[in-house]
Design a binder for this molecule. Structure first.
Ligand SMILES: [Zn+2]
Length: 529
């Protein structure tokens, strides 16, 4: 089959056929139709999103012989010449190869002359950030006092490298990356026109690997047509792109959730045997994790051709915090994979890292394997722990006498609002179900009637006897509150120092810019007391 390169054949020739840049197109269409023209435009955005295509359509609109309009006729000699790339008044410069000041000056000297055949002399300068400073200065002079017949259309992937003096003289449009869905729909349309059979899922794979660039998508599609013959199937495209069957990736997360290290390694090796590109697989794994995260907050965002069921199941297996961490580990794994002895080692190490962190993030359901590993607990774990503390309701009806241990007694009472009062009281004396307690003057605000009544009530419930409580305001030495705060800070210190020694945490701190937040550490072994 003789075949013209799709990207060229299907290059949009007017605003209507340009895909994915609706906002920019709308603004330009309005400006053209109302003839509110600027003398310098700047299109920014990543590669292949349509910057130069848009620039050419704009150039055509400005020079169409039928008049300035967003709807250039496409038939006059100007329009035809622009489409063919031989319009004399359209000067296209690739700054990446024209950075010398002399060339720029020469170019701009010519700009003083009126256009040969068009209405405007249009300069399209692609990758404009590559110009040298002196080239910028030469351009700036023209930008400051532009002749009526000149239009600049600048394009760049890196606007931060442009001098402010240039930026401030341009009308800037930031072009968006194409979504997988938009690319996929566009490919769908093209293949329909080209009368080439395809499977929708194959287009999903192509669109994904184009990473937001329509130009890349079309050139992959060219390859795909050459590779697949008369039908573009998912299987062929996976093979061609060396992309991962999504099942491998979901399987990785499922095995991780089951804490099955040996299975993870097996998956890694299996993928390697199939010649799957393990480095780019980490990208796919990161986007899968991202999709699970998104599903947790916005289930309806998932796209139609993606596997909703699996995503849904996965979203129930991981906490949002864990997913954030796993994502970070995968992204870092991508950086490390080229430093590893080989890709498989790098890949499997990333899987093991995920595994190493996973149980401690969600450790509540798992038996602690080692003391240190379980030092880190997520907020969720802590709050679950608090709940379980509340659930420890001592129901010892046969316990009738007070043994003198106020601290233990307070832990057993169902105190409700009186809890802070009981915590701050020091035990003084006890006789025949009469308690005498001391409260520090700083805490005397707790001595409200309803608190005291509630405390009495809970003691009555506990002993099943009439109980009296008398509270004196005086100095206190040791209250349950003081005791537990001392214990807590002692444990915290121990935990913190044990954790700092832990190799994995060290690694996290060094490699992930992680910080240990002291208040987030809580030793697990004090649970349920
Ligand atoms: Zn025309």
């Amino acid at each position: 089959m003789s075949h013209q390169v799709l990207a060229r054949k299907w290059r949009p020739k007017n605003f209507d056929s340009l895909v994915g840049q609706e906002n920019t197109v709308q603004a330009l269409v309005n400006a053209l139709d109302q003839e509110r023209l600027h003398h310098a435009y700047l299109f920014t955005g990543t590669r292949g999103v349509g910057k130069t295509t848009l620039a050419r359509i704009l150039a055509k609109s400005l020079n169409c012989e039928k008049g300035i309009s967003s709807n250039s006729c496409g038939e006059c000699s100007s329009c035809l010449a622009v489409d063919k790339g031989n319009f004399v008044d359209l000067i296209e410069v690739d700054a990446a190869s024209n950075t010398k000041v002399d060339e720029m000056r020469e170019l701009l000297e010519n700009s003083q002359y009126a256009p040969t055949s068009g209405r405007f002399k249009v300069y399209i300068i692609d990758e404009v950030h590559m110009l040298s400073n002196s080239a910028f200065n030469a351009m700036l002079k023209t930008l400051e006092e532009p002749p009526e017949h000149i239009k600049f259309i600048l394009a760049t992937t890196d606007p931060k490298k442009l001098p402010v003096t240039v930026l401030s003289r341009c009308l800037q449009f930031n072009l968006k990356q194409m979504t997988v869905e938009k690319i996929s729909n566009h490919l769908d349309m093209i293949l329909g026109e080209e009368k080439i059979k395809f499977e929708k899922k194959a287009l999903g794979l192509i669109s994904k690997s184009a990473k937001g660039s329509m130009r890349d998508a079309l050139s992959i599609l060219d390859q795909a047509i050459a590779y697949s013959g008369n039908e573009i199937s998912e299987e062929k495209i996976s093979e061609m792109l060396g992309v991962v069957d999504n099942n491998f990736l979901t399987e990785i997360l499922f095995k991780l959730s089951e804490n099955k290290g040996d299975d993870l390694i097996e998956i890694g090796c299996g993928m390697n045997d199939k010649n799957i590109a393990l480095d780019s697989t980490l990208d796919d794994l990161a986007s899968l994790i991202h999709r699970v995260s998104v599903y947790q907050v916005a289930p309806s965002n998932e796209l139609e051709y993606q596997n909703n069921n699996e995503i849904k199941k996965l979203s129930e297996l991981f906490t949002p915090e864990t997913l954030q961490l796993l994502y970070q580990i995968v992204i870092n794994g991508k950086k490390d994979i080229y430093l590893a002895p080989d890709l498989l080692t790098g890949f499997n190490t990333t899987l093991l890292r995920m595994l190493a962190f996973f149980p401690s993030m969600q450790s509540e359901k798992l038996e602690p394997k080692s003391k240190e590993k379980n030092m880190i607990t997520s907020d969720e774990v802590i709050s679950e722990k608090k709940n379980s503390k509340e659930r420890v309701i001592v129901d010892e009806k046969d316990f009738q006498e007070f043994d003198g241990d106020w601290h233990e007694l307070v832990k057993k009472l169902k105190l409700g609002i009186a809890n802070s009062l009981a915590q701050e009281c020091e035990f003084k004396s006890y006789q025949d179900y009469s308690f005498e307690l001391t409260l520090d003057s700083k805490k005397s605000h707790l001595m409200q009637n309803n608190y005291v009544e509630k405390l009495e009530e809970s003691l009555i419930n506990h002993f099943n006897k009439k109980v009296k409580v008398k509270i004196l305001v005086d100095e206190v030495q040791t209250t349950p509150a003081i005791k537990s705060s001392n214990e807590k800070s002692k444990l915290l210190k121990e935990t913190e120092s044990a954790m700092m020694k832990d190799g994995f945490v060290k690694d996290l701190i060094e490699n992930f810019d992680a910080q240990v937040v002291p208040t987030s550490i809580e030793p697990l072994n004090n649970k349920g007391k």
